[in-house]
Design a protein around this ligand. Structure first.
Ligand code: ATP
Ligand code: CA
Ligand code: CA
Length: 456
């Protein structure tokens, strides 16, 4: 499948795929129970199959294109969404209004496609069949882990699906996941790091990328080291964060997973002040979050399409603007109010009245360490735990690669040439150890001088 970087509009070669993905999600998610119930053993292996065609039937609406859609372990993902504080109605609305093709430039080696939901909260990533198998295999352990560790940094998986389409070239099967976007819509990241703790080939030519006019530059381990950068967290914040990373790494080691990264977006409050003289960030307080008042970072390319109404589930979604909750006020790290989940996007949502589910939808919000802001950001602090004008958005991404035979071969081949510690394809246990050690080393508070030196 060719990966294009253009708009996904009618006529685009991925238009039908994107259209079918969101149609499938829309119908499948509407069919999930709205009342969160305890997950049963059989829910992990359960697969719902839906057949879409022009005529439609009692389960699916008539659609423009014929395709088959599989929803894996729908009740497990439904429960995971609840655990991560994602409201069922919001999820449906965000994903199925319009989908946009991402602007990450040329995709990674894996050849995955990334799509943002219209509101920039969710990411759809197409995955390799082996990653799909991996997630199914470890779903129960992942689920149990999340139940105990709702503040995990590991990607939040909200859905696992498969699309089967008939094209001129034959039958195409596309596996994909829905996950959290670590970055909020209201803030630009001044620099993003994708860190693995390895050095082999881990450099982005930042100057070249800038010269090419790239807006979202993903720097890597060597860039981080060369810039003499640090993740500035004083002892009070570092402790719980590094402990959570240690636990997350331990799980990934047990699951035989490697090749993941810590993705860190840095937002420099000084810079946003410079760029926006009207902005009221005196004392570097984070700005209030108004989800709809700022455009997404890179204006998404709209998939302009009408999505057919499903036959059941959400006909009752009448938007009632008068029921919008009051806009959130400036979050402060010391706020005593329980925050929603840290690593998901939780700007105040448009409330959707669901007559059908009004009494039954309960939102299990997880209690959130008070230093994590409602949008998932972590304010930098110095050695005395005083706030600094940087905010970090971070999480462990790309965590579905099993240390497979392929990787084993790669390790053997590369070991002939390079020192073992510097390469990334090493067994899951070693990978995790190296990853953790690196993160432990780079999370150190910055001095005032260092802070002045590194402006992002
Ligand atoms: P490869 O295997 O070559 O590393 P991939 O196709 O598996 O590539 P990822 O590593 O998952 O891709 O992600 C590539 C980039 O997409 C990341 O560096 C990051 O910029 C962005 N990205 C991925 N997941 C997220 C997320 N959850 N939130 C925000 N950005 C993300
Ligand atoms: Ca990756
Ligand atoms: Ca990958």
């Amino acid at each position: 499948y060719v990966i294009p970087g253009q708009r996904v509009v009618e006529g685009h070669q991925n238009y039908i795929m994107a259209y079918n993905m969101i149609t499938g999600i829309r119908v499948a998610v509407s069919r999930c129970s709205w009342l969160p119930s305890p997950v049963k053993e059989e829910d992990f292996s359960n697969v719902t199959k839906l057949i879409f065609d022009m005529e439609g039937n009692s389960l699916t609406p008539g659609t423009k294109y014929e395709f088959k859609f599989k929803d894996y372990a729908p009740e497990v993902f439904r429960r995971l969404r609840t655990r991560f504080g994602i409201d069922q109605a919001d999820y449906l609305l965000s994903l199925t209004e319009k989908v946009s093709l991402n602007e990450l430039g040329s995709p990674g080696k894996s050849g995955s496609f990334f799509y943002y939901s219209r509101d920039y909260k969710f990411i759809i990533k197409t995955i390799h069949h082996s990653e799909h198998r991996q997630l199914r295999k470890v779903l129960k352990q992942y689920y149990e882990y999340v139940e105990k560790n709702p503040n995990t940094f590991i990607s939040q998986f909200y859905g696992l699906h498969r699309l089967k389409m008939y094209t001129r070239k034959g039958i195409i099967k596309v596996h994909f996941i829905v996950m959290n976007n670590l970055f909020p819509p209201h803030r630009a990241m001044n620099l993003t790091y994708d860190l693995k703790g390895s050095t082999h080939g881990r450099r982005t030519d930042i100057e070249k990328a800038k010269a090419a006019g790239k807006t979202s530059i993903i720097a890597k381990d060597l860039n981080f080291l060369e810039l003499k950068d640090k993740i500035s967290l004083g002892p009070i914040k570092k402790k719980p964060i590094i402990e959570q990373i240690a636990k997350d790494v331990k799980l990934l080691q047990q699951l035989n997973i490697m090749d993941y990264s810590l993705l860190i977006g840095v937002h420099d409050l000084r810079k946003s002040q410079e760029e926006d003289p009207d902005n009221l960030m005196a004392n570097f307080d984070p700005p209030p979050i108004h989800p709809h008042s700022h455009p997404p970072l890179s204006p998404p390319n709209e998939l302009e399409t009408e999505i057919p109404e499903p036959t059941q589930g959400e006909q009752n979604q009448d938007q009632d603007p008068s029921s919008n909750p009051p806009q959130n006020t400036t979050p402060t790290p010391t706020s005593k109010h329980p925050h929603p989940h840290p690593h998901a996007q939780h700007q105040p949502k448009q409330q959707v009245q669901l007559q059908q589910t009004q009494q039954t939808t309960t939102s299990t919000t997880t209690t959130n360490p008070c230093f994590i802001e409602p949008d998932g950001g972590i304010r930098a602090t110095d050695a005395n735990n005083q706030d600094q004008p940087l905010v970090y958005y971070m999480g462990i991404i790309d965590s579905l690669t099993n240390y497979s035979t392929f990787k084993r071969c790669e390790t053997l081949l590369r070991c002939l040439k390079d020192k073992r510690e510097t390469i990334s394809a090493i067994p899951a246990y070693d990978y995790g150890e190296r990853f953790y050690k690196f993160m432990d080393k780079i999370i150190v508070s910055k001095t005032q001088e260092e802070l002045n030196r590194t402006k992002y």
